[in-house]
Design a protein around this ligand. Structure first.
Ligand SMILES: [Zn+2]
Length: 140
């Protein structure tokens, strides 16, 4: 499980690291850095849902990337946007079964996330062989 380097920011990049199967936070940050103008909120390095969708769309080759607010049935790999106790937004990774919370204080992986879900960015593997022309295969 990859942890964010600070309690106030870096959860989005840590979640990208986990979804991409990277070994370290830095591996993912090296991929995000050249696109920080598009993928990170300036100064805070936070990511909103739109930015997470852009980043995963470019980094997760061969996957349909779908965002929404209410988690659908049968969700597989996904970045889940949750609210913390003080109503801040926070990203956790999901592998279809377990949640991976990048906060240093969070234990896990866990089967549940004890937070209000504000949205998600889901990844569905494209089985058509050509993501560019696919109009929807595994995509719900
Ligand atoms: Zn497809």
């Amino acid at each position: 499980m990859i942890k964010q380097p600070s309690d106030i920011t870096g959860c989005g990049v840590a979640v990208i690291a986990m979804l991409l199967g990277k070994k370290t936070y830095k591996c993912a940050m090296d991929l995000v850095e050249p696109n920080r103008d598009k993928w990170l909120v300036s100064r805070t390095d936070n990511m909103n849902i739109h930015q997470m969708k852009l980043a995963l769309g470019q980094l997760m080759r061969g996957f349909h990337v779908v965002s929404g607010r209410k988690i659908p049935e049968g969700l597989g790999l996904a970045a889940i946007y949750v609210e913390t106790n003080n109503l801040l937004k926070h990203w956790v990774a999901f592998d279809g079964e377990h949640y991976f919370d990048p906060l240093s204080t969070a234990k896990g992986p866990t089967f549940r996330i004890n937070r209000r879900v504000a949205g998600f960015v889901a990844l569905y593997p494209c089985t058509s062989g050509d993501l560019e022309t696919c109009s929807g295969c595994n995509k719900p």
